[in-house]
Design a binder for this molecule. Structure first.
Ligand SMILES: [Zn+2]
Length: 378
């Protein structure tokens, strides 16, 4: 195994605003916690710092007009024409360095793609990436660009022809779905809180691709209150079969952690125990894996969860560096709750589970009836 963790302390220098939930600095916290847990101390692991991408890289997917507007926003001052591109909203505020930040995120994710293509690495994590809502000519959902689409298009151009994109962020990966809706060279799977109850209001089970892409977009929407047990069951009902049938050359995963019950923006009820189980399955599904961070707004929990994710990607069982420390209860506050990477277990009531599972089961049935036959799954 050759693993690369992509990190730059420059991510910290950008801010969408004090009250904005998207905090680029969480990436530095993940880096630090991984460091404290010794999760870089293995001979197969390296840390690489990305350079900003060139504008041409953004043009590989985005329209020139949009990029001009985004570039115009880089000074931090807003003008009304920007609204046409989704810029200057409360979700996507204009902030100083917004274009520079976008170039750096794109630089990190394209670095991941290039490392995979060259064979220099087979397992890559860029926690700052995963901006799955970014549109061809507009910003939305905290995403100013779509680094995922740019990276997958590169993988396709450089010889990969069956890429499995799996998106476990709480929100539907609409931007990525749109880009690959008409191709069978990318199989897009998104599990997310349903569009009736959460932005972006898409990702229903009957959105399943068109033309050559028919059957190659798979949406598994989940109801509010879905917890670990129901989530893992839903994932396992679909993912292993898709992997077996599609035989992906590589997996690109958006591992957003806004599915947690503590997340302030969503209504799922996961802990990182369920998240970890799903990540282990993703890890098993391909020797070539690019993982991108995505959403997650309960920052300390996301930091622990992504640290755990890095351990799982590298098949390391993290050891608690504070174990046995005298007076550990006293110290636990100072450690920001990082004494154990795993969350306490949580489960919903049996009455609630009945409703949650009924909803999930009807979607699983739908996928099995409509999509599995297209992909040759019995
Ligand atoms: Zn999200």
């Amino acid at each position: 195994m050759n693993s690369v963790f992509i990190y730059s302390s420059k991510f910290d220098t950008y801010s969408l605003g004090d009250s904005h939930p998207f905090k680029p600095y969480k990436v530095s916290m993940v880096y630090e916690l991984c460091y404290r847990y010794g999760l870089f101390d293995h001979p197969w692991i390296t840390i690489k710092e990305p350079l900003p991408a060139t504008e041409e890289v953004l043009e590989e997917y985005h329209s020139r007009e949009y990029l001009d507007a985004l570039k115009g926003a880089n000074s931090g001052s807003f003008d009304f024409t920007m609204i046409n591109y989704g810029l200057g909203t409360s979700d996507n505020p204009v902030f100083k360095g917004v274009f520079d930040f976008s170039l750096l995120v794109a630089g990190a994710t394209t670095m991941a793609a290039e490392l995979l293509v060259s064979g220099e690495a087979d397992t890559i994590f860029s926690p700052v990436g995963g901006l799955h809502h970014g549109g061809y000519a507009h910003a939305e959902g905290f995403c100013y660009i779509n680094d995922i689409v740019i990276a997958i298009q590169r993988l396709l151009r450089k010889g990969h022809s069956r890429i499995l994109y799996v998106d476990i962020d709480a929100h539907h990966g609409n931007g990525v779905q749109d880009a690959f809706y008409h191709t069978n060279k990318v199989l897009v799977l998104s599990l997310h809180q349903n569009g009736e109850s959460l932005y972006p209001g898409t990702g229903f089970v009957d959105e399943m691709g068109e033309g050559k892409g028919y059957g190659y977009t798979v949406n598994l929407p989940l109801p509010e209150y879905t917890d670990d047990e129901s989530y893992v069951r839903a994932f396992m009902a679909v993912y292993p079969s898709l992997v077996k049938a599609y035989q992906p050359q590589c997996v690109v995963a958006q591992i957003g952690l806004d599915t947690l019950k503590k997340d302030p923006l969503t209504n799922l009820r996961l802990t990182n125990n369920g998240y970890a189980q799903v990540l282990k399955e993703i890890r098993k599904s391909s020797s070539k894996l690019i993982a991108l961070g995505g959403g997650g707004y309960s920052v300390p929990d996301v930091v622990r969860g992504w640290t755990l994710a890095w351990a799982i990607m590298n098949s390391i069982e993290p050891e608690d560096p504070y174990q046995g420390m005298v007076g550990s209860a006293l110290y636990s506050h100072d450690r920001g709750g990082a004494e154990n990477l795993y969350d306490p277990v949580h489960a919903i009531s049996p009455v609630l589970r009945k409703d949650v599972d009924a909803y999930i089961d009807s979607n699983i049935t739908s996928i099995r009836e409509k999509i599995f036959p297209v992909l040759g799954i019995d």
